[in-house]
Unconditional design. Structure first.
Length: 436
């Protein structure tokens, strides 16, 4: 309520009244003349109007002032704070990752990437590594959950099977890679199958198996896998000795007690024997792991391919089932939990899944009845889209790496548009950001 005191002619003492608010000023200044009585009545009316105004709590001014001050300070810090958003962590050892690192990126030295991941990283991530000249993985909640299980593994019990699943592009393969990195740092022997779907798609190098007449070998696929397996586990291949003698031809054989690396070399140098060499390696590892000399991680990306349908054909144009492939037959044995001393971590993939609806992502949808019954029991781990915290971390990481070049992408409107277009899906966000 506002009063225009200058428009009203009050005696001089009225200013004292309004400024001091003291009633005794009135008594000392008003005379007993008629004019004085009239002026006294007017002053009492003004005083009454002033007293009838809204009563304000003095504390509210302090609260309002504090709120404005805080808002001003916060407003001044928002851009600076956003630039300083903690999207990185200096903790590069997955064994030390915890909830406090959730949503942060950790860096893997490029030399270490060559050893731990000679294969297995998604192609777009590899391209991103070359662009950024670094390999950074985000610490996400599904990975933390999986690492917690692996840390508490009872190696005296049968190997526990974990199935990572989720909708397309949510980061299932990267979660698997996080687990692979953890086990490699913990000195586990890692048996990593980067994409099982490649084993059941069109390939021209099919050969009849020399070990089993009803199976088919894939020598090029097997030889490539053995080369990468050797890079990741060279130390173990020198220490582990074969428990049997293996005859490859009339002139070549691997004697009992030989380093397992000789079997790998046989498959690399004699490509024709590569599929059988893979079978021998898997058999020896599965047999010797329970002895306790090493810990074994079986990591399979796209495990549903082992029970799906293939596009491979025989000479008579009839379809080849996955079970008829030597590589698939031996890998199926490795995901059985009839051994101990390690763990089995797998993912379900829609990317290479043949003859399945695009919307399918649940275990029973992608595995089918046979695959589900074979892997049951298992521990399911769902990988969702980015949380709000994870999206903000990824967004800030792309800004920091100068990956987002559009003039408006750094604004709040640009950020909200990225969030809307990608729906917080990691694959969609990376794909959209690549064009900006």
């Amino acid at each position: 309520m506002c009063y225009n005191l200058q428009a009203t002619s009050f005696p001089e003492f009225s200013l004292k009244l309004l400024t001091t608010g003291r009633s005794e000023v009135i008594g000392s200044s008003v005379s007993s003349t008629p004019e004085g009585l009239l002026s006294g009545k007017m002053l009492r009316r003004v005083k009454g109007l002033i007293c009838q105004g809204p009563k304000l709590d003095p504390g509210c001014f302090l609260q309002a002032r504090a709120w404005l001050s805080a808002a001003a300070n916060q407003g001044a810090q928002i851009p600076e704070e956003r630039l300083r958003t903690i999207f990185r962590t200096h903790e590069s050892n997955p064994a030390n990752h915890s909830e406090q690192h959730e949503g942060q990126h950790y860096s893997i030295p490029l030399q270490e990437v060559k050893v731990v991941f000679p294969h297995g990283l998604p192609r777009r991530f590899q391209a991103q590594m070359k662009t950024f000249n670094e390999a950074c993985l985000m610490v996400r909640r599904p990975a933390l959950e999986l690492l917690g299980y692996l840390k508490s593994t009872n190696f005296a019990h049968p190997a526990v099977r974990y199935i990572i699943y989720g909708e397309k592009g949510t980061g299932k393969t990267m979660t698997l890679c996080h687990a692979v990195h953890y086990c490699a740092k913990q000195d586990w022997l890692v048996l990593h199958i980067p994409d099982a779907h490649l084993w059941v798609k069109n390939r021209t190098e099919l050969l009849p198996s020399s070990y089993h007449n009803e199976r088919f070998d894939q020598p090029l696929e097997a030889s490539t896998w053995l080369k990468n397996f050797k890079v990741s586990n060279e130390r173990f291949l020198k220490e582990i000795k074969t428990q049997r003698t293996y005859v490859w031809s009339k002139r070549e054989s691997t004697e009992m007690g030989s380093p397992l690396g000789e079997v790998v070399e046989q498959g690399v140098t004699r490509v024709k024997n590569a599929s059988d060499a893979v079978g021998v390696v898997l058999k020896e590892l599965k047999t010797q792991c329970p002895l306790g000399s090493f810990r074994l991680l079986v990591a399979v990306d796209g495990v549903n391919a082992l029970w799906g349908r293939s596009t491979l054909r025989k000479k008579d144009k009839s379809a080849i089932s996955p079970e008829e492939l030597t590589l698939v037959h031996n890998l199926r044995k490795m995901v059985m939990n009839d051994w101990n001393g390690g763990a089995i971590v797998t993912t379900l993939s829609q990317t290479g899944s043949l003859f399945k609806p695009r919307s399918a992502y649940l275990p029973h949808e992608l595995l089918g009845k046979e695959g589900f019954d074979t892997l049951d029991p298992f521990v399911p781990i769902q990988v969702p889209n980015y949380s709000q915290r994870e999206f903000e971390s990824c967004y800030q990481y792309y800004l920091d790496r100068k990956w987002l070049q559009h003039e408006k992408v750094g604004t709040e409107e640009g950020r909200e548009e990225l969030l809307f277009l990608s729906n917080s899906n990691p694959w969609q966000l990376e794909r959209i950001s690549a064009s900006l």
